[in-house]
Design a protein around this ligand. Structure first.
Ligand code: KIV
Ligand code: ZN
Length: 388
C-alpha cells in the first residue's frame, strides 16, 4: 500500500458493537459489512471471534459475504484466541488477524499482572503465531497513549521483526490531546529503526470529544491507517467517526496529502443503515450525517447560499449522499420511486419476487400512514430479513 494512501479500517462491527445496547445479529452484521464494502472500506473488523459462538459465526459470515475489503478479527495475544480468529477468517478472500496486549504501566501491573519483559515476549509469540496462519497481521499496544515511550519503541521494534505489518497505537481511554498524540506517532516513526516496514495506525476513543482531532493530528504526523466507526459508534463515548475523518481529509486535502478509497456518496445511507439496525439515533447536529448538517435556517445564510453556495457550505450535500430532490413516498408512489429510495438507502432487495413482496408491504404501510419516511422503510426491510 502506498505511503500516501490512508487505510480506512472500520470497526463498527467490533468496537462499535461494544457500545452498550448496540449488539447486532449475524445477518445484520453482514448487511452492514456489504455496505462498508460498497463504500470502499479497506479493512472491516468483523468481530472478536473467540468472544462467543455468535461472534465467531458473524466473522465467518462476513468473511463469506465480502470479497473486496480485508476482513479482520480481533484476538488477544494468546494461541487459542488467534487460532479461533484464523478459523473464523478461513473463507475470506483477504484476511487479517489483529492481536493486542496492553503496554501501559497501569494495565500491565493491575490488569495483566505481568512484568514488561513478559509482555514483550507474549507479543512476539502472538505475532509469530498469527503470521504462521495469515500473511496480514496487525499488532495493537493497548492504552498506547498512556504507555512509556521507550517501552513502546522496544515492543514495536520486536513485533515488526516478528512479522506485524500494521502497528496500531490506540488511545484506549480517550486521554490523548491532538498535539501530544500526533507528536507521539511522529516520534515513534522517527525513532524505531524498522518503522518503515509497517503502517502505523491510530484508534481513538472519544471520552474527551477529541477522537477525530487526535486521529487527524496523527495522520499529519505520519499515521497511514485510521480505525473508526460509522456515526462514531463505540465503547463508552465512542470511536472516531469514519464520515468525519474521510470528509476532513477530502475537504482539507491541503493539510492532509493522503488519498482515501471511500465513495463518499453512500455515507448517509450507511449512517442510516447502522442507526436503524442498532437503534442508536443520529443527533440532528452531527457533522456530515445529522439531519441539520446541511440545513440553513438563518435568513443571512440562506441569502448567501442562494447567491453562491460556498458562502456557507464547505462540502456538497450530494457528495455525502444527501438527496435534495427527495420524492415523497406515500400510497400513490410507484415501484420506480420505491426502488430508487431503497437503492439510496443501500438496501439490496434481491430478485423480482422479493421486490414484489417488499412493494406490497410498502403499499400496506402507506395505506395506514400519510408519508413513508426512510426510517419506516428501514424498519419494513429489517422485518423482511431472515432471522439468524
Ligand atoms: O481501544 C482499544 O484499545 C481497542 C483495542 C483492542 C484495539 O479497541
Ligand atoms: Zn477501542
Amino acid at each position: 500500500m502506498s505511503k500516501d494512501r490512508l487505510v480506512i479500517f472500520d470497526t463498527t462491527l467490533r468496537d462499535g458493537e461494544q457500545s452498550p445496547g448496540a449488539s447486532m445479529t449475524r445477518d445484520e452484521k453482514v448487511r452492514i459489512a456489504k455496505m462498508l464494502e460498497k463504500i470502499g472500506v479497506d479493512v472491516i473488523e468483523a468481530g472478536f471471534a473467540i468472544a462467543s459462538v455468535g461472534d465467531f459465526e458473524a466473522v465467518r459470515a462476513v468473511a463469506e459475504a465480502v470479497s473486496e475489503s480485508t476482513i479482520c478479527s480481533l484476538s488477544r495475544a494468546g494461541v487459542q484466541d488467534i487460532d479461533r480468529a484464523a478459523e473464523a477468517l478461513k473463507p475470506a478472500a483477504n484476511s487479517r488477524i489483529h492481536t493486542f496486549i496492553a503496554t501501559s504501566p497501569i494495565h500491565m501491573q493491575y490488569k495483566l499482572r505481568m512484568e514488561p519483559d513478559a509482555v514483550v515476549e507474549r507479543a512476539i509469540m502472538a505475532v509469530k503465531h498469527a503470521r504462521n496462519l495469515v500473511a496480514d497481521v496487525e499488532f495493537s499496544c493497548e492504552d498506547a497513549s498512556r504507555s512509556e515511550f521507550d517501552f513502546l519503541c522496544r515492543i514495536i521494534e520486536q513485533v515488526i521483526n516478528a512479522g506485524a505489518r500494521t502497528i496500531n497505537l490506540p488511545d484506549t481511554v480517550g486521554y490523548g490531546e491532538p498535539g501530544e498524540y500526533g507528536e507521539l506517532i511522529g516520534r515513534l516513526l522517527n525513532t524505531i529503526p524498522n518503522a518503515d516496514k509497517a503502517i502505523f495506525s491510530v484508534h481513538c476513543h472519544n471520552d474527551l470529544g477529541l477522537a477525530v482531532a487526535n486521529s487527524l493530528s496523527a495522520v499529519m504526523h505520519g499515521a497511514r491507517q485510521v480505525e473508526c466507526t460509522i456515526n462514531g459508534l463505540g465503547e463508552r463515548a465512542g470511536n472516531a467517526a469514519l464520515e468525519e475523518i474521510v470528509m476532513a481529509v477530502r475537504t482539507r486535502h491541503d493539510l492532509f496529502p493522503v488519498d482515501v478509497g471511500i465513495d463518499t456518496s453512500h455515507i448517509v445511507p450507511t449512517s442510516r443503515l447502522v442507526s436503524s439496525i442498532t437503534g442508536f439515533p443520529v443527533q440532528p447536529n452531527k457533522a456530515i450525517v445529522g439531519a441539520n448538517a446541511f440545513a440553513h435556517e438563518s435568513g443571512i445564510h440562506q441569502d448567501g447560499v442562494l447567491k453562491h453556495r460556498e458562502t456557507y457550505e464547505i462540502m456538497r450535500a450530494q457528495d455525502v449522499g444527501w438527496h435534495n430532490n427527495k420524492l415523497v413516498l406515500g400510497k400513490h408512489s410507484g415501484r420506480a420511486a420505491f426502488k430508487a429510495r431503497l437503492e439510496e438507502l443501500g438496501i439490496e432487495i434481491g430478485d423480482d419476487n422479493a421486490m414484489q413482496l417488499a412493494f406490497t408491504r410498502f403499499k400496506e404501510l402507506a395505506d395506514k400512514k400519510h408519508e413513508i419516511f426512510d426510517e419506516d422503510l428501514q424498519a419494513l426491510m429489517n422485518d423482511m430479513q431472515p432471522a439468524d
